[in-house]
Ligand binder design. Structure first.
Ligand code: GDP
Ligand code: MG
Length: 289
Protein backbone atom coordinates (compact mmCIF):
# COMPACT_ATOMS: atom_id res chain seq x y z
CA UNK A 1 0.00 0.00 0.00
CA UNK A 2 1.14 3.55 -0.79
CA UNK A 3 -0.23 6.75 0.68
CA UNK A 4 0.76 10.38 0.46
CA UNK A 5 0.06 14.04 -0.02
CA UNK A 6 0.00 15.81 -3.35
CA UNK A 7 0.02 19.59 -3.73
CA UNK A 8 -1.05 21.26 -6.93
CA UNK A 9 0.71 24.55 -7.60
CA UNK A 10 0.32 27.00 -10.42
CA UNK A 11 -0.58 30.54 -11.28
CA UNK A 12 -4.20 31.61 -11.10
CA UNK A 13 -6.10 30.06 -14.00
CA UNK A 14 -3.49 27.39 -14.77
CA UNK A 15 -6.24 24.80 -14.25
CA UNK A 16 -5.59 23.50 -10.72
CA UNK A 17 -9.25 23.16 -9.78
CA UNK A 18 -10.11 21.66 -13.16
CA UNK A 19 -7.39 19.03 -12.74
CA UNK A 20 -8.60 18.17 -9.26
CA UNK A 21 -12.14 17.82 -10.57
CA UNK A 22 -10.88 15.59 -13.39
CA UNK A 23 -9.14 13.34 -10.85
CA UNK A 24 -12.15 13.23 -8.58
CA UNK A 25 -14.83 12.99 -11.22
CA UNK A 26 -16.93 15.21 -9.02
CA UNK A 27 -17.25 18.93 -8.58
CA UNK A 28 -15.25 19.46 -5.39
CA UNK A 29 -13.11 22.43 -6.22
CA UNK A 30 -14.71 25.46 -7.78
CA UNK A 31 -13.75 26.41 -11.30
CA UNK A 32 -14.11 29.87 -12.71
CA UNK A 33 -12.63 31.79 -15.62
CA UNK A 34 -11.74 34.59 -13.19
CA UNK A 35 -8.64 34.42 -11.02
CA UNK A 36 -8.31 33.85 -7.26
CA UNK A 37 -11.47 31.90 -6.64
CA UNK A 38 -9.77 29.28 -4.53
CA UNK A 39 -8.88 30.88 -1.21
CA UNK A 40 -8.74 27.76 0.87
CA UNK A 41 -6.68 24.66 0.62
CA UNK A 42 -9.12 22.09 -0.61
CA UNK A 43 -8.25 18.55 0.18
CA UNK A 44 -9.60 15.75 -1.88
CA UNK A 45 -8.86 12.09 -1.42
CA UNK A 46 -8.62 9.25 -3.91
CA UNK A 47 -8.54 5.80 -2.37
CA UNK A 48 -7.85 2.77 -4.56
CA UNK A 49 -6.97 -0.84 -3.73
CA UNK A 50 -3.25 -0.17 -3.53
CA UNK A 51 -2.91 3.56 -2.95
CA UNK A 52 -4.35 6.66 -1.36
CA UNK A 53 -3.65 10.17 -2.63
CA UNK A 54 -4.57 13.29 -0.68
CA UNK A 55 -4.68 16.37 -2.88
CA UNK A 56 -4.63 19.98 -1.96
CA UNK A 57 -5.53 22.66 -4.43
CA UNK A 58 -3.66 25.76 -3.35
CA UNK A 59 -4.72 29.31 -4.01
CA UNK A 60 -3.05 30.86 -7.04
CA UNK A 61 0.37 32.27 -6.34
CA UNK A 62 -0.04 36.03 -6.14
CA UNK A 63 1.36 39.14 -4.51
CA UNK A 64 0.08 39.73 -0.97
CA UNK A 65 -1.83 42.99 -1.45
CA UNK A 66 -4.32 42.55 1.32
CA UNK A 67 -4.29 40.55 4.53
CA UNK A 68 -6.51 38.04 2.78
CA UNK A 69 -3.85 37.58 0.15
CA UNK A 70 -1.19 37.05 2.81
CA UNK A 71 -3.32 34.23 4.22
CA UNK A 72 -3.49 32.75 0.75
CA UNK A 73 0.28 32.84 0.42
CA UNK A 74 0.61 31.20 3.82
CA UNK A 75 -1.65 28.45 2.54
CA UNK A 76 0.66 28.00 -0.44
CA UNK A 77 3.69 27.70 1.83
CA UNK A 78 1.91 25.25 4.12
CA UNK A 79 1.08 23.10 1.12
CA UNK A 80 4.76 23.05 0.12
CA UNK A 81 5.70 21.84 3.54
CA UNK A 82 3.44 18.82 3.76
CA UNK A 83 3.55 17.50 0.21
CA UNK A 84 5.16 14.21 -0.79
CA UNK A 85 4.82 15.14 -4.43
CA UNK A 86 4.24 18.52 -6.03
CA UNK A 87 2.48 19.11 -9.31
CA UNK A 88 3.71 22.30 -10.94
CA UNK A 89 0.91 23.15 -13.27
CA UNK A 90 1.65 25.33 -16.28
CA UNK A 91 -0.81 26.78 -18.79
CA UNK A 92 0.87 26.14 -22.14
CA UNK A 93 -0.04 29.63 -23.29
CA UNK A 94 1.51 31.36 -20.26
CA UNK A 95 4.99 32.81 -20.03
CA UNK A 96 7.40 29.93 -19.18
CA UNK A 97 10.10 32.25 -17.74
CA UNK A 98 7.66 33.68 -15.21
CA UNK A 99 6.40 30.24 -14.23
CA UNK A 100 9.98 29.02 -13.89
CA UNK A 101 10.78 31.88 -11.49
CA UNK A 102 7.79 30.97 -9.31
CA UNK A 103 8.43 27.23 -9.36
CA UNK A 104 12.09 27.75 -8.47
CA UNK A 105 11.16 30.12 -5.63
CA UNK A 106 9.01 27.48 -3.90
CA UNK A 107 12.19 25.82 -2.71
CA UNK A 108 10.76 22.33 -3.10
CA UNK A 109 12.57 19.45 -1.50
CA UNK A 110 10.07 16.85 -2.72
CA UNK A 111 9.80 15.38 -6.22
CA UNK A 112 7.98 17.71 -8.58
CA UNK A 113 6.23 16.89 -11.83
CA UNK A 114 5.88 19.74 -14.28
CA UNK A 115 2.41 19.37 -15.75
CA UNK A 116 1.84 21.24 -18.98
CA UNK A 117 -1.89 21.89 -19.21
CA UNK A 118 -4.35 23.10 -21.87
CA UNK A 119 -2.56 21.17 -24.62
CA UNK A 120 -5.86 21.28 -26.48
CA UNK A 121 -5.09 24.97 -27.04
CA UNK A 122 -1.62 24.65 -28.62
CA UNK A 123 0.07 23.02 -31.61
CA UNK A 124 2.84 20.39 -31.56
CA UNK A 125 5.60 22.92 -32.22
CA UNK A 126 4.62 24.96 -29.17
CA UNK A 127 4.35 21.80 -27.09
CA UNK A 128 7.86 20.75 -28.10
CA UNK A 129 9.30 24.17 -27.22
CA UNK A 130 7.67 24.32 -23.79
CA UNK A 131 8.75 20.76 -23.03
CA UNK A 132 12.30 21.63 -23.99
CA UNK A 133 12.23 24.71 -21.77
CA UNK A 134 11.33 22.76 -18.64
CA UNK A 135 13.42 19.66 -19.49
CA UNK A 136 16.60 20.68 -17.67
CA UNK A 137 15.08 22.57 -14.72
CA UNK A 138 16.42 21.35 -11.40
CA UNK A 139 13.00 21.02 -9.74
CA UNK A 140 11.48 19.01 -12.62
CA UNK A 141 11.65 15.24 -12.01
CA UNK A 142 9.59 14.77 -15.14
CA UNK A 143 7.28 16.53 -17.52
CA UNK A 144 3.78 15.40 -18.36
CA UNK A 145 1.38 16.99 -20.82
CA UNK A 146 -2.36 17.01 -20.24
CA UNK A 147 -5.65 18.67 -20.96
CA UNK A 148 -7.39 18.83 -17.60
CA UNK A 149 -10.58 20.11 -19.19
CA UNK A 150 -10.85 17.05 -21.45
CA UNK A 151 -9.36 14.69 -18.84
CA UNK A 152 -6.72 13.76 -21.41
CA UNK A 153 -3.41 12.47 -20.03
CA UNK A 154 -4.75 12.56 -16.50
CA UNK A 155 -4.71 8.78 -16.00
CA UNK A 156 -1.02 8.68 -16.95
CA UNK A 157 -0.36 11.55 -14.61
CA UNK A 158 -2.10 9.74 -11.77
CA UNK A 159 0.16 6.71 -12.29
CA UNK A 160 3.28 8.86 -12.20
CA UNK A 161 2.11 10.51 -8.98
CA UNK A 162 1.57 7.12 -7.36
CA UNK A 163 5.11 6.21 -8.41
CA UNK A 164 6.55 8.98 -6.18
CA UNK A 165 4.26 8.41 -3.19
CA UNK A 166 5.87 6.64 -0.21
CA UNK A 167 4.80 3.23 1.07
CA UNK A 168 2.37 3.51 3.94
CA UNK A 169 -1.06 2.89 5.34
CA UNK A 170 -3.99 5.11 4.28
CA UNK A 171 -4.58 8.27 6.32
CA UNK A 172 -8.34 8.34 5.78
CA UNK A 173 -11.22 5.88 5.58
CA UNK A 174 -11.98 4.70 2.07
CA UNK A 175 -15.30 6.49 1.71
CA UNK A 176 -14.11 9.92 2.77
CA UNK A 177 -13.94 12.02 -0.36
CA UNK A 178 -12.65 15.03 1.47
CA UNK A 179 -11.92 15.95 5.05
CA UNK A 180 -13.61 19.32 4.66
CA UNK A 181 -17.21 19.46 5.76
CA UNK A 182 -19.93 19.44 3.13
CA UNK A 183 -20.96 22.84 4.47
CA UNK A 184 -17.70 24.28 3.22
CA UNK A 185 -18.27 23.00 -0.32
CA UNK A 186 -21.78 24.40 -0.30
CA UNK A 187 -20.32 27.83 0.52
CA UNK A 188 -17.81 27.40 -2.30
CA UNK A 189 -20.57 26.58 -4.79
CA UNK A 190 -22.44 29.76 -3.82
CA UNK A 191 -19.23 31.75 -4.13
CA UNK A 192 -18.64 30.30 -7.57
CA UNK A 193 -22.02 31.63 -8.70
CA UNK A 194 -21.13 35.08 -7.39
CA UNK A 195 -18.06 34.96 -9.65
CA UNK A 196 -20.22 34.05 -12.61
CA UNK A 197 -22.96 36.63 -12.02
CA UNK A 198 -21.09 39.73 -10.87
CA UNK A 199 -18.35 41.75 -12.50
CA UNK A 200 -15.27 43.64 -11.40
CA UNK A 201 -14.45 43.84 -7.73
CA UNK A 202 -17.73 42.44 -6.39
CA UNK A 203 -16.64 38.78 -6.13
CA UNK A 204 -13.39 39.76 -4.44
CA UNK A 205 -15.22 41.85 -1.82
CA UNK A 206 -17.58 39.04 -0.99
CA UNK A 207 -17.47 35.99 1.20
CA UNK A 208 -20.07 33.36 2.00
CA UNK A 209 -20.86 31.88 5.40
CA UNK A 210 -23.15 28.89 5.64
CA UNK A 211 -25.04 29.30 8.93
CA UNK A 212 -27.50 26.48 8.76
CA UNK A 213 -27.30 23.06 7.15
CA UNK A 214 -30.17 20.86 8.27
CA UNK A 215 -31.44 17.57 6.97
CA UNK A 216 -35.27 17.71 6.85
CA UNK A 217 -37.53 14.81 5.85
CA UNK A 218 -37.55 15.46 2.10
CA UNK A 219 -34.83 18.06 1.62
CA UNK A 220 -31.83 19.85 3.08
CA UNK A 221 -32.36 23.36 4.40
CA UNK A 222 -29.39 25.66 3.88
CA UNK A 223 -29.16 29.23 5.13
CA UNK A 224 -26.18 31.34 4.09
CA UNK A 225 -24.96 34.91 4.49
CA UNK A 226 -23.32 36.72 1.63
CA UNK A 227 -20.98 39.18 3.31
CA UNK A 228 -20.02 42.36 1.46
CA UNK A 229 -18.05 45.45 2.50
CA UNK A 230 -20.40 48.29 1.51
CA UNK A 231 -24.10 49.13 1.21
CA UNK A 232 -23.64 49.81 -2.51
CA UNK A 233 -22.31 46.28 -2.98
CA UNK A 234 -25.31 44.92 -1.11
CA UNK A 235 -27.52 46.79 -3.57
CA UNK A 236 -25.71 45.21 -6.52
CA UNK A 237 -25.97 41.69 -5.09
CA UNK A 238 -29.69 42.16 -4.43
CA UNK A 239 -30.38 43.72 -7.84
CA UNK A 240 -33.51 45.56 -8.91
CA UNK A 241 -36.43 44.21 -6.91
CA UNK A 242 -34.20 41.33 -5.72
CA UNK A 243 -33.66 40.08 -9.27
CA UNK A 244 -29.95 39.23 -8.90
CA UNK A 245 -30.13 37.47 -5.56
CA UNK A 246 -32.99 35.33 -6.87
CA UNK A 247 -30.90 34.36 -9.90
CA UNK A 248 -27.94 33.63 -7.62
CA UNK A 249 -30.14 31.50 -5.36
CA UNK A 250 -31.54 29.50 -8.27
CA UNK A 251 -28.16 28.89 -9.90
CA UNK A 252 -26.49 27.94 -6.62
CA UNK A 253 -29.36 25.67 -5.55
CA UNK A 254 -29.19 23.68 -8.81
CA UNK A 255 -25.46 23.02 -8.34
CA UNK A 256 -25.81 22.19 -4.66
CA UNK A 257 -28.62 19.74 -5.42
CA UNK A 258 -26.43 18.05 -8.00
CA UNK A 259 -23.50 17.92 -5.61
CA UNK A 260 -25.50 16.59 -2.65
CA UNK A 261 -27.81 14.49 -4.81
CA UNK A 262 -30.77 15.78 -2.79
CA UNK A 263 -33.46 18.43 -2.95
CA UNK A 264 -32.34 21.68 -1.34
CA UNK A 265 -34.11 24.68 0.13
CA UNK A 266 -31.67 27.57 -0.04
CA UNK A 267 -32.11 30.85 1.78
CA UNK A 268 -29.64 33.68 1.18
CA UNK A 269 -29.07 36.89 3.16
CA UNK A 270 -26.80 39.80 2.28
CA UNK A 271 -24.88 41.39 5.15
CA UNK A 272 -22.61 44.42 5.20
CA UNK A 273 -19.36 44.07 7.20
CA UNK A 274 -17.04 46.98 6.41
CA UNK A 275 -13.45 45.96 5.68
CA UNK A 276 -13.93 42.28 6.43
CA UNK A 277 -10.91 41.52 4.28
CA UNK A 278 -8.50 43.50 6.45
CA UNK A 279 -9.83 42.35 9.77
CA UNK A 280 -7.88 39.44 11.27
CA UNK A 281 -10.66 38.44 13.64
CA UNK A 282 -13.26 38.34 10.93
CA UNK A 283 -10.96 36.39 8.66
CA UNK A 284 -10.63 33.82 11.40
CA UNK A 285 -14.37 33.71 11.95
CA UNK A 286 -14.89 33.17 8.22
CA UNK A 287 -12.51 30.26 8.13
CA UNK A 288 -9.29 31.78 6.74
CA UNK A 289 -6.90 30.40 9.34
P1 GDP B 1 -7.11 27.50 -11.24
O1 GDP B 1 -7.21 28.97 -10.96
O2 GDP B 1 -5.69 27.10 -11.46
O3 GDP B 1 -7.81 26.64 -10.23
O4 GDP B 1 -7.81 27.29 -12.67
P2 GDP B 1 -9.25 26.67 -13.00
O5 GDP B 1 -9.25 25.20 -12.83
O6 GDP B 1 -10.30 27.46 -12.28
O7 GDP B 1 -9.30 26.94 -14.58
C1 GDP B 1 -9.24 28.24 -15.13
C2 GDP B 1 -9.86 28.25 -16.53
O8 GDP B 1 -9.11 27.45 -17.45
C3 GDP B 1 -11.29 27.68 -16.56
O9 GDP B 1 -12.05 28.45 -17.46
C4 GDP B 1 -11.07 26.26 -17.09
O10 GDP B 1 -12.21 25.75 -17.75
C5 GDP B 1 -9.93 26.47 -18.06
N1 GDP B 1 -9.15 25.22 -18.24
C6 GDP B 1 -8.60 24.43 -17.30
N2 GDP B 1 -7.97 23.36 -17.87
C7 GDP B 1 -8.11 23.51 -19.21
C8 GDP B 1 -7.68 22.71 -20.35
O11 GDP B 1 -7.05 21.66 -20.26
N3 GDP B 1 -8.01 23.22 -21.59
C9 GDP B 1 -8.72 24.37 -21.75
N4 GDP B 1 -8.98 24.77 -23.00
N5 GDP B 1 -9.15 25.11 -20.70
C10 GDP B 1 -8.85 24.69 -19.45
MG1 MG C 1 -8.78 27.13 -8.50
Amino acid sequence: MKAGFVSIFGRPNAGKSTLLNAFMGEKLAIVSPKVQTTRHRIKAIITEKDYQLIFSDTPGIIEPKYKLHEKMMQAVKAAVEDADVALLLFDINDNPEEADAIFASLGLRVPAIVVINKTDKANDEKLRKVREFFQDKKYAKEIITISALHASGTVDLLQRIVHYIPEGEPFFEGDEVSDLPTKFFVGELIREKIFHLFKDEIPYHTTVIVNEFKQKSTLIKIVADIVVQRETQKGIILGEGGKMIRQLGTDARKDIEQFLDQKVFLELFVKVRPKWRDNDLMLKEYGYH
